[in-house]
Design a protein around this ligand. Structure first.
Ligand SMILES: Cc1cc2nc3c(=O)[nH]c(=O)nc-3n(C[C@H](O)[C@H](O)[C@H](O)COP(=O)(O)OP(=O)(O)OC[C@H]3O[C@@H](n4cnc5c(N)ncnc54)[C@H](O)[C@@H]3O)c2cc1C
Length: 398
């Protein structure tokens, strides 16, 4: 039997680790090269809807994740000023009944550590830290990954899972066009015990208002509340996940918003801010024996909460393709074909969601209520979300 290809992955983020795990489980030799000196995931919460949890369960991670996720009862939409609430959808058992898998809220660090540990349990030296990938060269049936420290690693296939500022994408397709959107995003974590009882309910909430929206949901069984607040502001253009801001500056971006929003801001440990940047999705992201996955090829605005899930889906589908096709180049072509339409639809859907959340009509009391009832009517909500949650990366056509 022919030896399975040796796969080199650039980036040990959520997508790179998912691909590594799915490949190691299928008997592939995998090496992952991560620029960071330590494998720590920065950031706060991430929502893992049924289309993501289904893959994580197929990877055998359900028991471990159940210890750290929060499985909320449902999600609601609330008006920015009055707090009037409208049901978005039920979760918990309802997600399992309708989509065959749960909807989890999880700390990115917990998800990342779970994936990392599962990879290292199968190959203890699979992940190489302080290993910044700079580019690659292809020759015949081999491909060489070049690292910043001068090393050149040879393998049969290279996967660029190096995130939104991907070096591999830059080599393949230039940097691509990007556009600052005039939206600042704040995030932080608040200890649940410090919050009033209404904020301790195990629900996810999208607060929507004219020119801004706020997402909150519980993490770690409800121990902490995740806060992400988006406001329209054109004086902040740094696309960084780890720039600290002050609570005062954060609060000033939500003038007139409900007292519960200001309560959360006053209780977050440390608010961080970053600027949202829009990028058109690539229509092709494979060249010979090299491909991209996750944010490196289809970065998306976070308004459908699907970016990490797409990286998870990509990682699993890529492993299935490499297993199903004897030829690496054919496998990577099949991977791209299987994923491009869905990825593009999610990027476009996220752009549209932002406009819906920030609609100026939300400033106007009675009109705002009518808008909420119409835009979040059950039928419309199902049309917007069901196709996302129904997708099954473990069986989708490849
Ligand atoms: C505020 C916010 C909220 C979000 N909420 C959600 C949500 O609820 N649900 C959801 O599904 N998604 C969410 N996302 C999106 C999600 O976080 C990303 O889409 C996801 O992290 C992409 O995974 P990735 O593996 O492609 O890239 P990343 O997670 O960015 O990982 C890339 C990795 O590559 C490494 N790297 C970079 N360059 C190099 C290099 N040259 N060499 C080696 N290593 C390199 C990085 O250090 C990193 O470890 C959110 C995003 C934001 C900003």
């Amino acid at each position: 039997m022919a030896t399975k290809p040796h796969v080199l992955i650039a980036g040990a983020g959520i997508g790179g680790l998912t691909a590594a795990l799915a490949l190691l489980q299928r008997g592939y030799d995998v090496d992952v090269f991560e620029q960071a000196p330590q494998l720590l995931e920065f950031g706060a919460g991430v929502q893992i809807a049924a289309n993501g949890s289904r893959v994580l369960i197929a990877l055998g991670l359900e028991q471990r994740l159940k210890e750290v996720v929060c499985e909320a009862a449902g999600k609601e939409v609330r008006l920015w000023n009055t707090g009037q609430a409208f049901k978005l959808f039920d979760l918990g058992e309802d997600s399992i009944r309708r989509f065959g898998a749960p909807y989890w809220f999880v700390h990115r660090g917990d998800l990342h550590a779970t994936l990392r540990d599962a990879v290292l349990a199968l190959k203890k030296d699979a992940i190489h830290t302080s290993a910044r990938c700079m580019g690659f060269t292809q020759s015949g049936s081999r491909v060489t990954l070049r690292l910043e420290d001068g090393r050149a690693i040879e393998g049969d296939c290279v996967v660029g899972a190096d995130g939104v500022h991907s070096r591999l994408r830059q080599q393949m397709f230039d940097a691509g066009r990007s556009e600052f959107l005039g939206i600042i995003a704040w995030r932080g974590l608040a200890p649940r015990k410090a919050l009033s009882p209404e904020l301790q309910r195990l629900v996810g909430t999208n607060w929507v208002g004219p020119g801004g929206h706020v997402i909150t949901y519980p993490l770690r069984g409800g121990e902490i509340l995740n806060f992400v607040g988006f406001g329209e502001r054109s004086d902040w253009t740094q696309e960084s996940w780890n720039t600290a801001g002050s609570k005062e500056e954060c609060a000033a971006d939500f003038p007139g918003w409900h007292p519960l929003i200001h309560e959360i801001i006053s209780k977050v440990d440390q608010p961080y801010k970053w600027a949202l940047v829009g990028r058109a999705p690539l229509q092709t992201w494979t060249q010979g024996r090299v491909t991209l996955l996750g944010d490196s090829c289809h970065p998306t605005l976070p308004f459908l909460a699907q970016g990490a899930i797409m990286a998870i889906e990509d990682g699993f589908v890529l492993a299935r393709c490499l297993d199903a096709y004897a030829d690496v180049e054919e496998a990577l072509g099949a991977f791209q074909r299987a994923r491009v339409e869905r990825a593009t639809a999610i990027v476009n859907g996220s752009n549209a969601a932002g406009k819906r959340f920030h609609n100026p009509v939300l400033a106007d009391g009675p009109a705002a209520v009518g808008y909420m009832e119409q835009e979040w009517a059950p039928e419309k909500t199902r049309t917007r979300y069901d196709w996302l949650f129904e997708y099954d990366a473990t069986r989708a056509a490849i």
